[in-house]
Each structure stands twice: as C-alpha cells, then as structure tokens.
Design a binder for this molecule. Structure first.
Ligand SMILES: [Fe+2]
Length: 437
C-alpha cells in the first residue's frame, strides 16, 4: 500500500480524494470492563469451552493482572494458556518464538481465540502471532521488501481481544504491528486491516500499576498521535487512488479524526499531571485511557508523521521506549519543523495545550505550542530534556540516524505535512538533542 503525493504517480487519479473510511475494533471501555472479557468473546462468536492464549509479559503476571483475566475467563467457561515472554520494542524473533509456542501447543490451526494484555509490545506480539498462525509461514514472509518477502496478508484469524495496561500506544485499535529487525538495526511495521484486533477492552483499573515515569512517557506517545493526526494533510487534498483497495491505512485527517484529536489533546494535557502525581486517581486514569484511545483513533487513522518516522531508528539503535523517544522528539518535529506547514492550525494546538496567545502574531502564537508542551514536560519531572539525556545521543550519531530515517521510513515521511529531506531530518535531530538546558 504505497502512497505517493506526486501527480505522476500512476495508481492515482488526477483528482483529489472524496471518500474517507474508518475501521475500528469493537470498543468496550470503563472501570472493571475486564469483568466483561468473557462476554466480549461470546459476543465475537467464541463458544464456551474454547481454548485461547493470553499474550503478555512476566511483570503483568507478577502484578496479578494476568490472573485477573484468566480467572474471569474461567468463570465464563473459557480456558486460556499464558505466554508471558513478551519483550519491549519486540523483535521479529520474539514473534517467531510465540508462533512456535502456539504451533507446539495447538498445531498449525492454533488457538480458538487470542488475548493481548499489556503495553503496546504485548499487544503487537499478540496481533502479529494471531496473523502469522492464520496466514501460515513466518513473520519475515509478511514484512515489506526488501527486508522481508512482502507477501500480502489474506486472513485475519480467530478473534483477538486487546487489553492495554498503559495509556499510550493505541495498538489496541491500530492496523499495525511494529517489530524490530535487530541485524539490520531497523524497525518494520506489518500494516494491514487483517492485523487489527476484533475488540479492545479498555479498563482504567489495569493502568493504576503504571509508575509515574511510564505514565508520563506513554502519555507523550498518545499526545503525539493526537497532535500529529490533527496537523497532517486533510484527506481531501490528497490524490485519490484508482482502486479503493489502494486507499492507504494512513489517509489524512477528516472531520471525525479532528474531533477525536481535539478531545484527546484536552483529556491528555489536563489529566497527565494528576496521574503522574497520584497513580491511584482512577478518574484521571480513566481520562488518560480515553485520551489515548481518542488520540489513536485520530492519529492512527489520519497518519503519524516525521516525529514517528524519526523515533523508530532511535528506538531500534538505543533500545529506548517508544513513548520516551516520542517525548524527546516532539518539540523539534511536530511542534518545531512542522509549524511552518500551517501556523494557524498550530495556534489552535497551542491554545488546546493551555497557552495564552492573545495579542500575538499568528506565527508567534503557533510557536507557543512548543513552549507550552515543553512546560508540561518539565512540570512532570520524569521526561528527558532531549535525545542526549534520553540515550547519550550526540552530534556524531546524527548522520547514521538521519540516513536510517530517510532509508526506512518513507511510509511515514510521505504523510508529513511539510516535505522532509535528509538535510532537514539531520537538522531536526540536532535540534532535538536538547529541548531545554
Ligand atoms: Fe506512537
């Protein structure tokens, strides 16, 4: 599903897009929604006595969340095995391990249902595993060429329910699984509507165990989705693909995604201090989980942009968390470089983040978005001041990072609302070394 903005691109008509489309899993949201996970499976047509797999990690086992879900499934007449070997920033090989586990336990047909429980990594491994079992072969067959074979996914597989325990990645609704390829030092996404879950069960009581640091960093990812989605191209200024099947997964912003962006920016920026200062504040946890969901509905439909493109090479090389990488990059990217694409729009972002722009010129008011965002990060006290504090990244490392971004992230760079060259990426990385002293 390539997407070109050039008018000479053959798979596009020389007229602008006039249709938008949104596809979402079923969404079940609220305190103790975990108690309805069996009901959710039944609603997806999974008969009782079916055997499923919970894909998670050992931290969530020790926190008791896995038992809580298993006990509920058992009470509702389902049986579930647990695979708890998930790793953060998951690699292709960890998915291969999960796929092998499934084949050993259940044969090629796999389980009757799958549940992903955890942060974005657990959810992405669950998504990829269910899909590989359903389509056959190995992960590498479905990774885009030249890294993989680029075979298309044709099957979705049995029902998959995702239960996030962080408020951030939006993996529970997105059509993408992000996997690292360590030997090539890159990250690749498997992107298809077949990889999307059938249902998301979002329960804020599962997020109270997230520590202040991870709460803040996950929130920066969610806020990134909301703002990147809000400031990307409008869908009806992009060229229409000749075949609706070629409509890209990231298709530009629409009235619907803007509405979700606006609400997400408000919920996230006005509740983040509360959850960082008191992790038990269930009302604020609920607002953050809703904000992350809304940010994902907006950004992961409209399209993430240069910030996410630059974050993948950084995460892959330095093994930083996705959320903290986005946190370090957002001031220089989305709220720095991209402001020139549409200053008026960024004035709205600044105001949504709480800046007072009265009496300012449009351009000065637009720049307040970055200042207000940095003020928020500094208030939280747990966000790195830039790439140098994040992972010791220095001037000398930038050439490699810029090259890798331009080489491997065209899918996201093409969506950026302002054209980006390698020299631009280089300059943005430099700017992102220190967001404050
Ligand atoms: Fe993200």
């Amino acid at each position: 599903m390539s997407y070109e903005r050039s008018v000479s691109a053959s798979p596009h008509e020389l007229s602008t897009e006039s249709v938008w489309h949104i596809q979402m899993p079923q969404i079940r949201f609220g305190a103790d929604a975990t108690n309805e996970v069996g009901f959710q499976l039944a609603d997806l047509g999974v008969p009782t006595d079916s055997r499923g797999l919970i894909v998670t990690d050992d931290t969530l086992v020790s926190l008791g969340h896995v038992d809580r879900v298993s006990d509920q499934l058992e009470a509702d007449g389902y049986e579930a095995d647990v695979w708890d070997e998930s790793e953060r920033e998951p690699s292709i090989s960890i998915v291969d391990e999960c796929v092998s586990f499934v084949r050993e336990e259940m044969g090629d047909a796999g389980y009757d249902f799958y549940i992903g429980l955890g942060g974005g990594s657990c959810l992405d491994i669950a998504k990829a595993t269910r899909t590989i079992i359903a389509n056959g072969g190995e992960v590498i067959n479905y990774i885009a060429a030249p890294t993989g074979d680029g075979e298309p996914l044709t099957e979705s597989g049995p029902p998959l329910v995702l239960m996030p325990t962080t408020a951030g990645t939006g993996s529970e609704i997105s059509p993408v699984a992000i996997l690292s390829v360590p030997e090539k030092e890159i990250k690749e996404g498997i992107s298809s509507n077949h990889i999307r879950a059938d249902a998301a069960v979002l329960d804020p009581t599962l997020t109270t165990t997230l520590d202040p640091e991870m709460s803040a960093k996950s929130a920066m990812d969610a806020l990134g989705h909301a703002i990147e989605g809000y400031t990307t191209h409008p869908y009806d200024t992009l060229l229409r693909p000749s075949d609706p099947r070629d409509r890209p997964v990231y298709a530009g912003r629409t009235g619907l995604t803007e509405m979700f962006s606006e609400k997400a920016i408000d919920l996230l920026s006005s509740n983040i201090r509360r959850v960082v200062n008191n992790g038990d504040d269930l009302e604020a946890r609920s607002a953050m989980l809703r904000g992350a969901l809304f940010g994902a509905i907006a950004g992961l439909t409209a399209g993430a942009s240069v910030c996410h493109a630059m974050a993948y090479p950084v995460g892959n090389r330095y093994h930083t968390y996705h959320g903290e990488t986005i946190a370090a990059l957002t001031p220089a990217t989305t709220l720095g470089y991209n402001v020139a694409s549409d200053p008026e729009r960024f004035v709205r972002v600044a105001e949504m983040l709480g800046a007072d722009t009265s009496g300012m010129s449009t351009r000065s008011a637009a720049d307040e978005a970055k200042k207000e965002y940095i003020r928020l990060q500094r208030d939280l006290s747990v966000i790195p001041s830039g790439l140098t504090e994040l992972a010791g990244i220095e001037e000398d490392d930038i050439d490699w990072l810029a090259e890798r971004t331009v080489e491997s992230q065209q899918r996201l760079l093409r969506c950026n609302p302002r054209p980006v060259t390698k020299a631009d990426v280089h300059a943005i990385f430099e700017d992102a070394l220190h967001n404050w002293e």
